[in-house]
Design a protein around this ligand. Sequence first.
Ligand SMILES: Cc1cc2nc3c(=O)[nH]c(=O)nc-3n(C[C@H](O)[C@H](O)[C@H](O)COP(=O)(O)OP(=O)(O)OC[C@H]3O[C@@H](n4cnc5c(N)ncnc54)[C@H](O)[C@@H]3O)c2cc1C
Length: 318
Amino acid sequence: MQPFDYIAPQDHAEASALLADGDAAARAFMGGTDLLIRLRSGLIQPRRVVDLKALPGLREIRLSDSSPPAAPVAWLVIGAACTMNQVAAHPLVRRDYSLLVQACNAVASYQLRNRATIGGNCCNASPAADTAPALYCLDAMAEVYGPGGRRRIPIADFFVGPGQTALRKGEFLTAIHLPPPPAGAIGVFNKLGRTKVGDIALVSVAVYCWMERPDRSSETCQVCWRIALGAVGPTPLRAREAEDALAADSSTAGTKRAAELAAAAARPIDDHRASAAYRRDMVRVLTRRGIETVLMLRAGSDARSPAGDQPSLPGGPA
Ligand SMILES: Cc1cc2nc3c(=O)[nH]c(=O)nc-3n(C[C@H](O)[C@H](O)[C@H](O)COP(=O)(O)OP(=O)(O)OC[C@H]3O[C@@H](n4cnc5c(N)ncnc54)[C@H](O)[C@@H]3O)c2cc1C
């Protein structure tokens, strides 16, 4: 491994200045589970590695005190240096964002999840990043800091291409912001790897569903769906046509149709790990399974809640 300077700055401005210095070809460092492998193999040769973990707030999970003024409930702010295990174990994440818990727990092994951070997972910008489909479904915002101060980027705009993010020179990811979840939202994350644990996804699918009443007096509900796919395109992606089809029909036939539309939305490639055709087929299978599981969980929660409290999905469980 080529030698490099290791620096742990004490504040955001110092970190940004260290990263902006082009002569050093500086790289941000979090858990190092991606970075060290690329350093060791010589794929990247920075002369400076900037450890961001000790910066104020980067390891915290807290409710936001700067949510949009009209927001009735606070957003959740997850510091970029929080590890997968820290995120998955946090009581607020467990209560409100079970989809993200499932995604964090799908990353590699328990030991690796003690090092791997949510920020590193996003900034590495692998299309197969396990947290990405969940963050797409949850409408997450990436908070970044740089020479121009702080700004927020919708997560789908943060991922630009394989290994590429929307970060500008001298910018780094400070946190992930999650809006309050809609009441009764249910999410399911399914991942297929070559092995049951410890492998990068060949395909991953997050399915997220909730119901909205157009107004308080309304008897009927609008069913909203989000479906996000991982490892089948240059970035993670939403399967919007599948979402719309499901909103109109979540019967068995509608579920099948949505799964086919999700497979059609995928843009997989052939590589040494799987063929494009296999990946596309697995998008169909994992999407269908995800929808069916959500519908089953929904039916269970309807049965537990008092009559009229939670209207059922039209079409019922598939
Ligand atoms: C054996 C093994 C198995 C794995 N399995 C999985 C898996 O199942 N699922 C999965 O999704 N991933 C997997 N990974 C990949 C990796 O563990 C994750 O992507 C992890 O979340 C990266 O986080 P990190 O903190 O280690 O990032 P680092 O390695 O420290 O950084 C990753 C990249 O992001 C940049 N970066 C980090 N933080 C910031 C920041 N705040 N601002 C700007 N740039 C930043 C770094 O410069 C680097 O380029 C695996 C890796 C290994 C080695």
